[in-house]
Design a protein around this ligand. Structure first.
Ligand code: SAH
Ligand code: SF4
Length: 391
């Protein structure tokens, strides 16, 4: 929803009290800085077996085929069967040689993460998947469909180590990083189950985990997904959402891919942000601003500022003015997310009137403001509800 409107600004109220942390002690330590905090499991969790098809670049598949005595061009045929015709059974890949049909499953594995659970929203516009990985870890992915097209929301980690106090995934801690094939595999699972393979779909890294804390595997997955021989998803249709890992934002700007970047801001002073986003104590708002501005300049893309509205925490007039002032300092657009309550956590969503009031304070002063009334709330698939367990 694009919401723009004129309002008469009133006086800016005095400093509000620090953000309360109702019923929950503040996280004491910022999370570790290590970008790749846990080892990845082996290709098949210690079992001997062929590498996953979904984690390979076309040239790597060509090399594997050649090493087993097959022609390199067979790789393109196989990619076409899997990504365009959605056939994964070698025997059905009609244009392959008999020898390759027989051998293919010993050269690469076409296994996808298993579906543990699927929930469909009443309007059939959001589908939440709980997927089980090879080592038993569970992740969640969501497919959404609206007038603006299809959006697939994927996880980059099982759990998350960043500890944002309001986030369901953050409460789980980090279980492990996903491998590139597990990221690509989520998309394949969702496309198989929904049949929503619209060539212009959007992909957002807004499921479980902090994508830039699993940088190498996330970038590998993005390049595989972007490849014209595969799903061929345009870089502009892919958005990486980050809590603000500054060195990785700087690196991402230099990958030569104009990916969408979303920064989870949630507050415009270090004091307030530090209370709800522990990582802010490592990377201040100023350092994030510099990195985000550099990203916008290098890629030519406006940066999205995500701002989850928490009742009584970051939804005052002063918060709105602070956010607007921040947003004006770089090419940006603001995306407000009214909080999706998490069972067992004390944070509340502001009522609709408060959200509208916040927009009226913000919109005349900020470049562009949209409100994301998350789809999928009824099925526990809205932003930040991933990983929530009923209390
Ligand atoms: N780790 C990344 C991406 C995943 S979360 C990040 O933090 O950016 C996607 C967005 O949803 C983030 O802006 C996150 O702060 C926000 N979010 C988390 N929990 C939420 C909740 N319960 N309600 C609304 N937004 C939430
Ligand atoms: Fe991790 Fe993002 Fe949740 Fe923070 S909001 S805990 S970074 S998933």
């Amino acid at each position: 929803m694009e919401t723009l409107g004129e309002t008469t600004p009133g006086p800016i109220p005095a400093d509000p009290p620090p953000a309360p942390a109702p019923g929950r002690p503040e996280a004491s330590e910022p999370p570790p800085d290590a970008p790749e905090p846990t080892p990845l499991p082996g290709p098949r969790s210690g079992q001997a077996g062929p590498p996953s098809f979904y984690g390979l670049f076309p040239a790597e598949l060509e090399d594997l085929l050649e090493a087993r005595g097959h022609e390199r061009f067979r790789a393109r045929q196989i990619l076409d069967w899997v990504y365009h015709k959605r056939i994964r059974e070698p025997a059905l890949m009609a244009n392959l040689s008999r020898a390759l049909k027989d051998e293919l499953s010993t050269i690469v594995s076409f296994d996808l993460p298993e579906t543990a659970e699927i929930r469909v929203s009443p309007g059939n516009d959001a589908v939440k998947f709980v997927l089980r990985l090879i080592d038993g870890s569970r992740i969640e992915s969501v497919a959404m469909r609206s007038r603006r097209g299809v959006t697939l929301c994927v996880s980059s980690q099982a759990g998350c180590g960043m500890g944002c106090v309001f986030c369901a995934t953050g409460q789980m801690g980090l279980v492990r990083n996903l491998r590139a094939e597990e990221i690509v595999g989520q998309i394949e699972r969702m496309l198989d189950a929904t049949g929503w393979q619209d060539p212009g779909f959007h992909l957002v890294f807004m499921g479980m985990g902090e994508p830039l804390a699993n940088y190498a595997q996330v970038l590998r997955a993005i390049r595989i997904l972007h490849d014209p021989a595969g799903l061929s998803i345009g870089a502009r249709r892919i958005t990486v959402s980050t809590v603000g890992l500054v060195p990785q934002i700087e690196k991402l700007a230099r990958e030569g891919l104009p990916l969408g970047l979303a920064i989870s801001l949630h507050a415009s002073t270090d004091e307030k942000r530090g209370q709800i986003v522990p990582l802010n104590r490592r990377y201040s708002l100023d350092s994030i601003l510099n990195a985000a501005r550099d990203y916008a300049e290098t890629t030519g893309r406006r940066v999205t500022l995500e701002y989850t509205l928490l009742s009584g925490v970051n939804d005052t007039r002063e918060d709105a003015y602070g956010l607007a002032a921040w947003a004006r300092r770089l090419p940006s657009k603001i995306n407000l997310i009214p909080y999706n309550p998490v069972p067992g956590l004390p944070w509340k969503r502001p009522d609709e009137e408060s959200v509208n009031r916040f927009v009226e304070w913000l919109a005349p002063r900020a470049p562009s403001v949209t409100v994301r009334w998350s789809q999928g709330g009824e099925i526990g698939a809205a932003c930040g509800q991933l990983g929530a367990r009923p209390s």
